[in-house]
Design a protein around this ligand. Structure first.
Ligand code: FAD
Length: 306
């Protein structure tokens, strides 16, 4: 992929006062031009060192001309202030999706946060439930499901609302048919795009999209791609999220030393990204874990993005 930094209006920052395009507008523009979107996910750093890493990484990643980025938000608002601070700063540089969770939240506080996002120049939110505490502590939420959050955002703002989608089926769902039924309910409630959980086979994404289309879901479903640069870490994340890693890949990664495993994992991630686009994905949303190198390798390796 060419270095496209010269073509990147975002690397110089979004123009003050200009209307930041929403994700749906960007996805539509790209659909018309036939060029898939490129986007990255970040999480709020935990300390000053993490903060420095995040902004250095963003600088490097802006060179690849992403269409938008997203910033996660802890369940129960655990890292609310850091997440909002990151969004405030990032949204001045590149169109930014704020993730927002509702587990344990009240309508009043959530409405205030939505207003904060609007004031920061964010034009799209990802409406999520978040996970309740694992120890079973009861959670008192006025908004207990993501669909209720979609409705609240639609009620109090004009922001684009995105929702989560699960190629490997949500761990609490009985099956894919249930998941796509819920996705259709969220679309009916006003969601206009979806972004997926991590997964490792093109079939998982294709099956989700075809089940969703059969259920009447028409919104774009952007796949999330996790670069396999640190195999041990990614295999742990796959296990935690219930994403199946193909047996041959798992075997190859486990039998390789660290350096070989990185080559195998990154080749696989680039191949998966390319196959997703060939299968009709509207773009790739790359999980960066706040590091630029592996995310850029996937973006450049796949090519033709952004
Ligand atoms: P919901 O839509 O509420 O679904 C939860 C369960 O309830 C599902 O099994 C669903 O099928 C069921 N359900 C929901 N509505 C209905 C209904 N009307 N009828 C029947 N069943 C229903 N977590 C964070 O804490 N912070 C983040 O920033 C974050 N970012 C994410 C980004 C992406 C792209 C994805 C895919 C996930 C993200 N998550 C994040 C994780 C997410 O919060 C969890 O996966 C959570 O368990 C489910 O969230 P949800 O929005 O799908 O919840």
């Amino acid at each position: 992929m060419n270095d496209r930094s010269n073509q990147n209006p975002q690397s110089a920052g979004l123009e003050a006062g200009s209307q930041t395009p929403g994700v749906v507008q960007l996805l539509n523009q790209h659909k018309q031009s036939g060029k898939p979107t490129l986007s990255y996910e970040f999480f709020p750093p935990k300390d000053a060192e993490g903060d420095a890493v995040l902004w250095r990484s963003l600088d490097k990643l802006l060179e690849s001309n992403p269409d938008f980025v997203s910033v996660t938000y802890g369940a129960g608002g655990s890292n609310r202030d850091t997440s909002l601070a990151v969004v405030d700063r990032m949204a001045k540089l590149v169109p930014t999706i704020g993730h927002l969770t509702c587990v344990g939240a009240t309508r009043a506080t959530t409405t205030e946060i939505i207003r904060h996002f609007e004031a920061a120049g964010v034009s799209s939110l990802l409406a999520l439930r978040g996970d309740p505490p694992k120890d079973g502590t009861p959670v008192n939420s006025e908004i207990s499901r993501a669909i209720d959050l979609v409705e609240l955002i639609r009620e109090v703002s004009n922001l684009d609302v995105g929702v989560a989608a699960f190629p490997e089926v949500h761990p609490e769902s009985p099956n894919l048919a249930h998941d796509v039924h819920v996705l259709k309910l969220k679309q009916d409630a006003g969601a206009s795009f979806a972004m997926t959980q991590l997964f490792f086979t093109v079939e998982a994404y294709v099956n989700l999209v075809s089940a969703a289309r059969e259920a009447g879901v028409t919104i774009p479903i952007v796949p999330g791609v996790m670069p396999i640069s640190n195999a041990a870490k990614v295999l742990r994340m796959a296990e935690m999220s219930g994403a199946a890693v193909p047996a041959h890949l798992q075997r190859e990664l486990q039998n390789a030393d660290e350096a070989q495993a990185r080559v195998i994992g990154m080749d696989y991630s680039i191949k998966l990204g390319s196959e997703l686009l060939e299968a009709g994905a509207p773009g790739l949303h790359i999980f960066t874990l706040n590091f630029a190198k592996a995310a850029l390798e996937v973006a450049r390796g796949v090519g033709g993005l952004g």
